[in-house]
Design a binder for this molecule. Structure first.
Ligand code: GLA
Ligand code: ZN
Length: 675
């Protein structure tokens, strides 16, 4: 984490979104909030994201004293402020006086006032008004010793199809392709007579026009990301121009794929995200591993501690069902964020709002307003635990394995028609590989194709359908120098404007993997095949495993076959292969395999590479993660089962940091050791 932030605080941040502007007419409530915050060990509040109508009730009439007063009161009581810029929701006057700030949808209809992120990121007026308020906040509040960092807007997202955005899109394309001929070539517009004569003819994708030109869709998404990142960078610049140098963050939304979050790395100093798992919908260990994947995605963005910016202390009212968290889950989920590299546990919301859409969203302080509630008591318990873990602040993870999970690839892959229009298993395959590693207690970085591979021993590569520029060379060099690459079916199909490779797939990697894809079979729901081990295979795999959804047929040129299809007309063709290339190994998985396959296969790969697990035996549903500083390694062991499990903890050289050193770990329990 940015040195500033950790050095100033030295504590795990505990607190969350606070909306005092909803209670300015009730000073008694604001008083009571502070009292309760202190009881719950709350040391941080996030404010201001939705305060624009109070900060600038009329154009140019700034009213920020109330905010300064609250920041100050919090600080005097040991509570820090994360200061939001209010650009996520604009005041009425702004939308009425300058209609261009409101978004236009893909039907080219101008939205009415309302909602959040309902504004055009291109509009010069919007940018100017945001700049005005941000500069002032930076100048008047930002340098208050109580302000820890700036929180840009709130959950950037969505797109705008207004004329300003269309013009900007065209100039962005011009910059990218230079000539219209080049764009036509790269977009393959010869298909369906789509040839453009000039950049002016290009329109963003619309159901009233074009939705089937995949390269257009892809570039539109890239443009939307670029424009949003540019907007965020202008927000940051306004803060700097206001004379404040504090770090900035913006809160991401888990697996929201409308934006390529990796592109925000150039703007933000600290990554933060909002985690809302649907606890108790699936078995808890399943929810835990899916959440862990998100945490690791976020941590890897800047490869340093991140902040859990929002989480619900109880139910989440925008989900289909507002499920309460069973006792112990809040504590376990909060520590899980820390285990994966968060230096905070922050909630949405500290006090439940009285009206409108979030009145039934979980909160630390509910409408009843007392401290004798189950949720408040659990929050107090989290606060107490966190205060004993401050030594973890600033420690990092150094995974030996990385998984490539790439947003641009996801856009292209999911937009293509075929080889399975329902349920193309991208995230599922990534999660299966990830789960296989996590079961072995191995930390995993979740990277994209722009990242380097050199620091890893194993790289997991699910379905990289679209090879982005440079990835083939990176994978080839990685394997050549001794790395183990594990790639799956439906990889290396297209280039980065979604044009299929001619002359064999997976592109330049056919040589590295020692095979070439010939066909891919989409399986109907309920249809199955199986992979059976080849006798005396090098990994000593013994069992058969089922596969569903997709079965790829390959022609092996160099690779060894480890498993083969059990039936259908491709019976006997390879399902799992390994090619020795340079000093490393390149494994290829041809079919959508069941989870058990990944568990056993990855365990065998680890053994082959002589990589040790952090604990010799890890029971099902138990997560083991590692955070380290230069001197100390922390081992965090969490049981996501409701029932206790038996454990063999390492005794030698380890000291207890949290929990009980015993041969069993209670349901939803955590133990932390250090060496
Ligand atoms: C998001 C937003 C918050 C709030 C929560 C509710 O994460 O950032 O302002 O609306 O959802 O879960
Ligand atoms: Zn616009």
């Amino acid at each position: 984490m940015n040195k500033n932030l950790t050095m100033r605080q030295g504590k795990i941040l505990h607190g969350g979104d606070y909306n005092p502007e909803q209670w300015l007419d009730s000073p008694d409530i604001l008083e009571r909030d502070l009292e309760l915050f202190l009881k719950a060990g709350i040391n941080t509040v996030t404010m201001g994201m939705f305060s624009w109508a109070f900060l600038e009730p009329e154009e140019g009439n700034y009213q920020i004293d109330w905010l300064i007063e609250i920041v100050d009161r919090m600080y005097r009581n040991g509570i820090y402020t994360i200061l939001g810029t209010p650009s996520g929701a604009r005041p009425q006057w702004l939308a009425r006086r300058y209609p261009e700030v409101l978004r236009m949808n893909e039907q080219r209809e101008r939205n009415l006032f309302g909602g959040r992120q309902n504004h055009c990121y291109t509009s010069p007026v919007y940018r100017q008004k945001v700049r005005g308020i941000n500069t002032l906040l930076a100048k008047e509040v930002g340098n208050h010793p109580g302000v820890l960092l700036f929180h840009l807007s709130n959950e950037y997202g969505g797109d705008c199809h207004c004329p300003l955005c269309q013009a900007k899109f065209r100039s962005w394309l011009k910059e990218r392709y230079d000539t219209i001929e080049e764009l036509n070539r790269r977009w393959n517009t010869a298909f369906w007579s789509h040839t453009y004569q000039s950049f002016d003819q290009i329109e963003s994708p619309s159901p009233r026009g074009e939705m089937m030109l995949h390269a257009l869709n892809l570039d539109w998404k890239r443009f939307v990301t670029a424009q949003t990142v540019d907007f965020a960078s202008q927000e940051k610049k306004a803060i700097r121009d206001g004379g404040c140098q504090k770090p900035v963050t913006t809160n991401f939304m888990g697996d929201y794929d409308g934006l390529n979050y990796r592109k925000f790395r150039e703007v933000i100093d600290v990554v933060s995200w909002d985690s809302y798992p649907e606890w108790h919908k699936k078995p808890e260990p399943r929810t835990a591993v899916e959440t862990a994947f998100q945490h690791d995605f976020m941590r890897t963005l800047l490869k340093k501690p991140f902040l859990l910016m929002e989480s619900s202390p109880s139910s989440t009212n925008w989900q289909e069902v507002s499920k309460l968290r069973k006792p112990g889950i809040l504590h376990a989920a909060s520590l899980q964020a820390v285990a994966h590299g968060s230096d905070s546990v922050l909630y949405f919301q500290l006090r439940q709002s009285r009206g409108a859409s979030e009145k039934f969203h979980g909160a630390v302080i509910d409408h009843y307003g007392g401290e004798d509630t189950r949720v408040f008591q659990e929050v107090c318990q989290v606060g107490e635990t966190l205060s004993s873990l401050n030594e973890l602040v600033g420690t990092v993870q150094k995974p030996k394995a990385a998984l490539i999970y790439d947003t641009e690839n996801q856009w292209a892959l999911m937009d293509a028609q075929g080889p399975r229009n329902a349920g193309l298993p991208y995230k599922e395959t990534a999660e299966k590989m990830y789960t296989g590693m996590r079961r072995l207690g191995l930390d995993v970085d979740v990277i994209d194709m722009e990242d380097g591979l050199k620091e890893y021993h194993i790289v997991l590569i699910p379905m990289i359908y679209m090879f982005r520029v440079g990835i083939e060379d990176k994978i080839r060099d990685f394997v050549k120098n001794g790395g183990t690459a594990i790639m799956t079916f439906w990889s290396g199909v297209t280039d980065d404007t979604d044009r299929c490779y001619l002359g064999g797939a997976p592109g330049k990697l056919t040589e590295v993997f020692g095979l070439r894809r010939t066909e891919i079979d989409g399986l109907y729901d309920g249809e199955e095949n199986a992979a059976v081990p080849v006798r005396d295979n090098p990994l000593s795999l013994q069992k058969s495993y089922t596969c569903q959804k997709l079965c790829e047929l390959v022609k092996v040129t160099e690779a060894d076959v480890i498993m083969a299809y059990e039936k259908d007309f491709y019976k006997g063709l390879p399902v799992l292969t390994c090619n020795q290339y340079g000093k490393g190994k390149a494994y290829y998985i041809c079919a959508d395999m069941e989870q058990q396959f990944y568990n056993d296969f990855l365990e065998a790969v680890l053994k082959d590479k002589n990589i040790e697990k952090p604990l010799p035996f890890i029971p099902d549903g138990v997560e083991v993660t590692t955070r380290e500083s230069n001197e100390t390694t922390y081992l965090i062991i969490q049981n996501f089962n409701a029932d206790p499990v038996r454990l063999e903890l390492p005794i030698q050289g380890y000291k207890l940091v949290y929990g009980v050193k015993s041969s069993s770990l209670g349901g939803f329990g955590t133990v932390i050791l250090k060496r």
